[in-house]
Ligand binder design. Structure first.
Ligand SMILES: [Zn+2]
Length: 304
C-alpha cells in the first residue's frame, strides 16, 4: 500500500503553507556554477553567449544562458536545443553541453544553432523537477506563464520563433518520477497518486498535432546504436500513452504547455533517457542525448 505523501491532506490541493513546507525540504545538492556555467565560459570562444534572463529566488540568483552560433547566417534555418527544463534530468543538461562542445561545429555552415543547456538552474541544484514555486516548468510554456523559467525562454525565442526549423528538448524519465515527483504532484493537486511504472529504455514524445513519424524514427534509429529503446508495456503503452511507433508516444505539446511548443518548428521532439537502467551508464545517457540531437539535425536539414 502507498503511504501518503508527507505534506498536505489527502484530497486537498496545497495552499501556500504546504508549498512553503515543501520548499523548506529542498536542499542544494550540486552547483550550477561549477557544472554548467564553467563549461559555458569555456565555450565563449566558439559561441555567442547570450544571457536571456536572470532567475531570482532570493537569496539565490541564477543567470540564464543560451549559446548561439557565432557565424550566424540569415539564409540558414534555426535549430533549437534545450536541456534542463527539468533541472534534475542531468543528461539533458550535460548532453546539451556536450553537443555544443563536440558536434555543433559540424553544422555551422548549414544551421544557426541556439543551445540552451539549463533552463531550470534552481531545479538543477536541488535535483528537482519543479521550480521553487512548486511549479513544473514543462507544463508552464503558455502566455503569462507563472513559471519564470518558462516565461524567460518564451520571451527569448519570441523574436525568431517563426524561423525555427527544429526543436529538440532533452529530458530523462527516472525512478524518482514514480517514488517522489508524481506522488508530490498528486499531493499538490489533491488527487490520488496512480502509479504508471517507469519504462526501461529511451523513448521520444512527438507532437500529436504534428507527429512527423519519419523524423521520430530517424532519431530512434540513431539512439538505438547507443542505448536500448523502451518497449511498450502489456497495454501497448509507454508511461500511460499508446506507443505509436517503436519508442514513440505523442502528446499535445502546445495544449499541455510543453517546451517544444514554444516555436513554430516543423520538427519537434522530446527525448526521454532512462538513467536508472542497470543497462545504462551516465556516459551512455549523455551520448544518447547527443545522438538524438545530431540525428534530429541531420534529418531536419536533409528535409528542410
Ligand atoms: Zn523531463
Amino acid at each position: 500500500m502507498m503511504t501518503a505523501y508527507p505534506i498536505g491532506t489527502p484530497g486537498q490541493a496545497w495552499g501556500d503553507a504546504e508549498k512553503a513546507q515543501w520548499l523548506a525540504r529542498q536542499r542544494r545538492q550540486r552547483s550550477h556554477a561549477d557544472e554548467v556555467l564553467s563549461t559555458i565560459e569555456r565555450l565563449r570562444a566558439r559561441f555567442d553567449v547570450v544571457q536571456y534572463g536572470t532567475l531570482e529566488y532570493p537569496p539565490d540568483s541564477y543567470p540564464l544562458f543560451a549559446l548561439k552560433s557565432k557565424d550566424w547566417r540569415e539564409e540558414n534555418p534555426i535549430a533549437l536545443i534545450t536541456g534542463g527544463v527539468h533541472g534534475y534530468e542531468t543528461s539533458g543538461v550535460q548532453g546539451a553541453l556536450r553537443f555544443a562542445q563536440l558536434h555543433a561545429a559540424a553544422y555551422a555552415d548549414r544551421a544557426n544553432l541556439i543551445i540552451v543547456p539549463c533552463v531550470s538552474p534552481w531545479g538543477y541544484e536541488r535535483i528537482h523537477r519543479w521550480n521553487a514555486l512548486a511549479l513544473d516548468p514543462n507544463r508552464s510554456f503558455r502566455e503569462n506563464s507563472p513559471a519564470p523559467e518558462s516565461a524567460a525562454l518564451m520571451r527569448f525565442v519570441a523574436p525568431f520563433r517563426e524561423r525555427v526549423l527544429l526543436h529538440v528538448d532533452l529530458h530523462e524519465t527516472t525512478d524518482t518520477d514514480e517514488t517522489e515527483f508524481r506522488p508530490a504532484l498528486a499531493a499538490r493537486d489533491g488527487v490520488p497518486f496512480e502509479p504508471e511504472g517507469i519504462p526501461d529504455g529511451f523513448y521520444l514524445c512527438a507532437d500529436s498535432e504534428n507527429p512527423q513519424p519519419e523524423f521520430q524514427r530517424a532519431v530512434i534509429d540513431a539512439v538505438a546504436k547507443v542505448t536500448h529503446i523502451a518497449p511498450a508495456d502489456a497495454k501497448g503503452e509507454i508511461i500511460g500513452s499508446p506507443m505509436v511507433a517503436p519508442g514513440v508516444i505523442e502528446y499535445a505539446l502546445k495544449q499541455l504547455g510543453l517546451c517544444p511548443g514554444i516555436t513554430a518548428a516543423r520538427y519537434t521532439t522530446t527525448t526521454e533517457v532512462y538513467p536508472d537502467s542497470p543497462r545504462a551508464t551516465p556516459e551512455q545517457c549523455n551520448a544518447a542525448q547527443v545522438a538524438a540531437a545530431c540525428a534530429a539535425l541531420d534529418y531536419a536539414l536533409a528535409h528542410a
